[in-house]
Design a binder for this molecule. Structure first.
Ligand SMILES: Cc1ncc(COP(=O)(O)O)c(C=O)c1O
Length: 462
């Protein structure tokens, strides 16, 4: 099927996009002189732009398209549901799609995470988890607990509450003051570990976990409600947890009565080869937040999976969790999620990730011979490549260099070369990859070859 638009159609779309569309987290001025990239179609691991040019979707859109693009059976499940019952709220009512999906997710989730509260996005899921933690502690007679700990540079969403949990100063500053209570603890970036634990991954991990205990003590034991952690931290460029890290965090949370929220908006639904990232790393959260991959993007959906005990105060008398959003658990999205999970099962996508993740890693590690590549890290189908100015000293780029390298060159060059990925400098400069879970060696090779040629050119521009 041809996807190329005519020159007139392309010109009209460009004009409308530049005049009326506001892109997210985008410097709009950068499109004053160049075209807005317009993606019109997807098929498997690839997407196509308005000129018919093909791109390998190395970021699954935005960590979303687990099963890949163009799956008609999932699209048709959504269309059937829209014809049957397009919408009804979860405010006081239920519909079969939300019931069936909640049941299925509860059966998949680790331990006694048996209650599902749907939202329509990841930020809403994070926001809901904080609100639940606050109201829960009020309900059980611990009203002083409202603070939330999270890791430096971690991204947990953009609504005001989620932003207060997010650990990226630059994207918070314009919106301050934010809701009170967000407290930062160290992340698990071993490549940039403090000197005294720089040679010992396990010691580093235990130090980072113990920093959570120190933060709880510093803030006041009775004031902390929850710790929000991704299984593998995305922002900053894929920081896996060191061995023993989460086990120590769980102990600390239990000791101080603090809830452990596993923010799995990216890490759930196969990204790490398991339905949930917490399963991969062997820990039991009190709440899992999810979104993105649950529908592979065929419709928007998010939510939180909650331990039975957290629901108890709300299952008696006049008590109500005073929170909700109109499109949460939308029937079309729930039907799509069920069809998406059917594809996971039918095609054993978790098995595919587990079978090929070693090959993905070793293919990306070939890039270690380039002078600009400092560190390749990640797990499953989720990798970050940290770029450095000096491999031996690990010296990073200053702001101007980052600006020239990432915004001025790499982002465009990678896209022009046919690879969708992310060049990110919210921490140290990294390139991030999170392709559809259907990818195999041919796609890993394509990513490696494009990255090799573009990064080689980038080095000549420093
Ligand atoms: C870990 C994490 N939490 C929350 C969010 C926010 O999700 P959304 O963009 O759907 O609001 C994201 C988005 O990337 C995320 O990665």
């Amino acid at each position: 099927m041809s996807t190329a638009y005519s020159n007139d159609e392309i010109a009209a779309l460009q004009e409308k996009a530049k005049r009326h569309l506001w892109l997210h987290f985008t410097r709009m001025s950068s499109y004053a002189e160049s075209d807005v990239p317009v993606i019109v179609r997807g098929e498997g691991q690839y997407v196509f732009d308005q000129h018919g040019k093909r791109y390998l979707d190395g970021l699954a859109g935005l960590f979303v398209s687990q099963i890949g693009h163009g799956r008609t059976e999932v699209a048709e499940a959504g269309a059937r549901q829209a014809a049957e019952l397009a919408y009804f709220p979860l405010w006081s009512y239920a519909h079969p799609q939300a019931i069936e999906l909640a049941d299925r997710l509860s059966a998949m989730a680790p331990g006694d995470l048996n209650r599902v509260f749907f939202t329509s996005s990841g930020s809403e899921a994070v926001e809901s988890a904080w609100k639940l933690a606050k109201q829960y502690f009020k309900a059980i007679g611990q009203p002083a607990r409202y603070k939330v700990l999270s890791r430096s540079i971690a991204y947990h969403g953009t609504s005001m509450g989620a932003l207060a949990i997010t650990g990226l100063p630059d994207i918070k500053e314009p919106f301050e003051p934010l809701p009170a209570g967000g407290v930062r603890v160290p992340n698990t970036n071993f490549y940039r570990a403090p000197q005294f634990v720089a040679d010992d991954l396990t010691a580093f991990g235990l130090w980072a976990a113990d920093e959570i205990e120190r933060a709880i003590q510093r803030e006041g034991e009775d004031s902390v409600a929850a710790v929000f952690l991704e299984p593998l931290q995305n922002s900053g460029g894929c920081f896996p947890p060191p061995p023993g890290y989460f086990q120590r965090v769980r102990e600390i949370c239990d000791r101080y009565g603090v809830l452990l929220v596993s923010d799995e908006v990216i890490c759930a639904f196969g990204r790490l080869g398991y339905y949930f990232g917490s399963e991969r790393y062997g820990y039991q959260p009190d709440i899992i937040t999810f979104a993105k991959g649950i529908t592979s993007g065929y419709a928007p959906l998010g939510g939180m999976l909650v331990r039975d005990a957290l629901m108890e105060p709300f299952s008696q008398g006049q008590s109500t969790f005073l929170h909700g959003v109109t499109f949460a658990g939308h029937p079309v999205s729930c039907a799509v999620a069920m069809a998406n999970l059917d594809v996971f099962e039918k095609e054993d996508l978790l098995g595919n990730v587990r079978a090929h993740e070693g090959a993905f890693r070793s293919t990306l590690e070939k890039l270690n011979d380039l002078p600009i590549v400092g560190n390749v890290r990640g797990d499953g189908y989720f990798y970050g490549i940290e770029l450095v100015k000096d491999k031996a000293t690990r010296e990073t780029f200053d702001n101007d260099e980052s600006e020239r390298l990432l915004r001025g060159f790499l982002s465009h060059a990678l896209f022009d070369a046919g690879l969708i990925c992310r060049a990110d400098d919210r921490g140290d400069p990294v390139i991030q990859l999170a392709p559809p879970l259907t990818c195999t060696q041919e796609h890993f090779d394509e990513m490696e070859q494009i990255l090799r040629s573009v990064l080689t050119e980038a080095w000549t521009k420093i």
